[in-house]
Design a protein. Structure first.
Length: 214
């Protein structure tokens, strides 16, 4: 217990860093995932190809490699940003590919007749997608999207290796101060557990409120 009480500010700083990474990267992942899912089902071939390429590349690229590509590659093109923002970009883009596929699977559960009926009324593809298809698909994709955001929260631990303040990175400082490394990691695990349980509780509520009855 002394590890926590004597270093509560250090743990708190790391937890808040992980929380910020998770929130910002989740928002980016959800936004990009929605856009890419729209591209994947669009009637325009070039958009479908772009969405497919986005998902294929990111889903098959190790996250650590993507961190290296973003943090070391983008500055070579003149894009110099804080390390935390680079980490948000890497995490958000990586997770967006999985969010995209979760949304696309939900879209595919909506009967084709729904889209055909909307188009027969003169609605555009964008109107059909946002007002007819996605509201129905949303109900079935709540659990998989929640699972992906929980995975994102845990994946944020990689950012500590790239000079980003986050929870796992606190072990370096505490280990140098001579604290028992086992208890250091126990309290780090508790911090991640709190975060993931909070996300799980949120999506359990959303599923109870709007999910498809099983």
């Amino acid at each position: 217990m002394d590890v926590l009480t004597q270093n509560f500010s250090e743990y708190g700083k790391g937890f808040l860093g992980t929380l910020e990474l998770t929130v910002y990267a989740s928002l980016l992942a959800l936004a990009l995932g929605f856009v890419m899912a729209s591209f994947r089902v669009a009637p325009i071939g070039s958009l479908r190809a772009f969405g497919t390429a986005w998902v294929t590349v990111l889903r098959n690229t190790p996250l650590t490699l993507l961190f290296f590509a973003v943090l070391l590659g983008l500055p070579r093109f003149g894009l110099v940003l804080p390390f935390q923002l680079f980490a948000v970009l890497a995490l958000g883009c990586y997770t967006s590919a999985f969010i995209c596929e979760a949304l696309r699977s939900g879209i595919n559960t909506v009967p084709k007749g729904q889209g055909e009926a909307a188009r027969s009324l003169g609605m555009s593809f964008g109107q059909t997608l946002t007002t007819v298809i996605l509201p129905q698909a949303f109900r079935s994709v709540i659990p998989p999207v929640g699972s992906q955001l929980i995975a994102l929260a845990k994946n944020s631990a990689i950012a500590g290796a790239f000079s980003v303040t986050e929870l796992l990175g606190t072990y370096k400082t505490l280990n140098e101060l001579g604290f028992n490394i086992v208890w250091v990691f126990v309290w780090i695990a508790v911090g991640y557990l709190i975060l993931t349980l909070a996300i799980s509780a949120l999506f359990n509520y959303l599923e109870h409120r709007w999910g498809v009855p099983r």
